[in-house]
Design a protein around this ligand. Structure first.
Ligand SMILES: *[C@@H]1O[C@H](CO)[C@@H](O)[C@H](O)[C@H]1NC(C)=O
Length: 431
């Protein structure tokens, strides 16, 4: 026993030592890389001043992240640039709710979202973070045009879209579709339905998880934020009253719904615009315009294994079927108003002919009606809460839609959960 403990202690000391050595080595090599890349002219628009100190915290001895190419390294450096528009909005409001908008490559959608955000009352009080899956000029141009609040752009450096011939992108020896590894030697594990990974499909869940970890635990601007963070997507139309309503929901939540984990801008049924009642609603967590605080994030983060090993490529279904049920206290509720303040307008065209419940996008215009009541906060603090019990939806026991069977994806996902945590003793010293 004693022997055992002794060797464990030695083990720990050795690990710490290794950690310090590796951190130093990484620091030096990053320095060399940054010196080198700073002297070569940039060809892809990433030519802003990157002479920032190196963030040593993002390294750990346990990490086994894929080898980065030059472009990936550049993106990671770009992520350390300070927000734009600090000259216009030098101070964030004391109790601001940070907004994170995560996007891929649908510029005509992003245009609509950004235009809707420009009309949101109170938006200038907060910081907008745009998290990109892949690097696309058209998307950047839209974000660079934002003048209505502080904006910070971040890019997922391990996005499959950033790697052209190696994991997390496609590598030459990867198994494809229903390849049989025993008949034709190739790399990869099939999912529960026999299909091999598709980088385009896995990128969504990777991006969401990378973004969550980075926003809560990585970014200098937000890792100390102790309020709520609101998450929206590139195909969510945001009503002018969204921010003020959200502030009300967040302030009412502790009293009106102490069991609610989050606040939502929209009903969890994406086709509903709300009931229009004089009442607050508590229901299962939705995936449009959800906001929660760091306490909830810590709970989610503790379930990294559940999240990363569940064979479904959808982040939201993964949350509903494994992460939330693993909290163990029945459904995970969220609080919202009786009228929606956000609408999911994507997939339009697939659901045509279903009447006015589906917004459609046409030449960059969404034919969504914004009434006067949607322009000002329309939640009353004296309202009671109506709770929906036994709602339908994905639950514990659901096996997943697949698409997430490859060990490399699962490990990359776990690495994202560790990248800002391991090695904490030495990073504390080096800070
Ligand atoms: C964060 O939200 C949860 C769920 O609503 C709540 O229980 C917790 O007290 C909140 N934490 C802080 C620090 O406000």
């Amino acid at each position: 026993m004693a022997n055992n403990r002794n060797s464990r202690l030695k083990d720990a000391a050795f690990k710490r030592f290794l950690c310090v050595v590796l951190v130093t080595m990484l620091g030096v090599s990053l320095l060399i890389v940054s010196l080198r890349t700073n002297t070569t002219p940039a060809s892809n628009g990433l030519d802003e001043d990157l002479s920032e100190p190196i963030d040593i915290q993002s390294f750990s001895e346990k990490l086994n992240l894929p080898k980065q190419n030059e472009f990936s390294i550049r993106l990671e450096k770009q992520n350390r640039l300070p927000p734009r528009n600090i000259d216009l909005y030098p101070k964030l409001a004391k109790d601001h709710i940070t907004i994170v908008l995560y996007v891929h490559n649908r510029p005509q959608y992003l245009q609509v979202v950004v235009k809707s955000l420009s009309k949101v009352v109170g938006i200038s009080e907060t910081l907008l973070i745009v998290s990109h899956d892949g690097y696309f000029e058209e998307m950047n141009n839209i974000v660079e045009g934002i003048k209505f609040c502080q904006v910070k752009q971040i890019f997922a450096p391990y996005s499959p879209h950033v790697f052209t011939d190696s994991f997390p992108g496609v590598s030459p020896n990867d198994c494809k579709e229903k390849d049989d590894r025993w008949k034709k030697p190739c790399i990869g594990n099939p999912d529960q339905y026999g299909n091999h990974r598709s980088p385009k499909i896995v990128s969504l869940k990777h991006h969401w998880w990378w973004m969550m970890n980075t926003v809560w635990d990585g970014l200098q601007e937000t890792r100390g934020h102790d309020g709520h963070i609101l998450f929206i997507e590139e195909d969510h139309f945001i009503y002018p009253n969204a921010y003020r309503n959200l502030q009300l929901l967040v302030s009412l939540k502790p009293n009106k719904c102490p069991d609610c984990y989050a606040a939502n801008l929209a009903p969890c049924d994406v086709n509903s615009r709300g009931e229009g009642w004089d009442s607050l609603i508590a229901e299962r967590m939705g995936n449009v315009g959800y906001a929660f605080n760091r306490t909830v994030w810590r709970k989610i983060h503790r379930k990294a294994k559940e999240f990363c090993f569940f064979d479904d490529y959808n982040w939201d279904i993964t949350m509903w079927a494994t992460v939330y049920p693993s909290f163990g206290l029945g459904p995970v509720y969220t609080l919202r108003g009786p009228r929606t303040s956000a609408v999911h307008f994507g997939k339009c065209g697939l659901h045509q002919g279903q009447g006015q419940s589906n917004a459609c996008i046409d030449n960059g215009l969404v034919n969504l009606q914004v009434d006067d009541i949607d322009k000002v906060a329309n939640i009353r603090s004296e309202w009671d809460v109506h709770v929906y019990h036994n709602q339908p939806g994905y639950k514990a026991g659901f096996k997943g839609w697949g698409g997430w069977g490859d060990d490399r994806d699962r490990l990359l996902c776990l690495n994202f959960a560790q990248m800002y945590h391991s090695c904490s003793t030495s990073s504390a010293v080096m800070n």
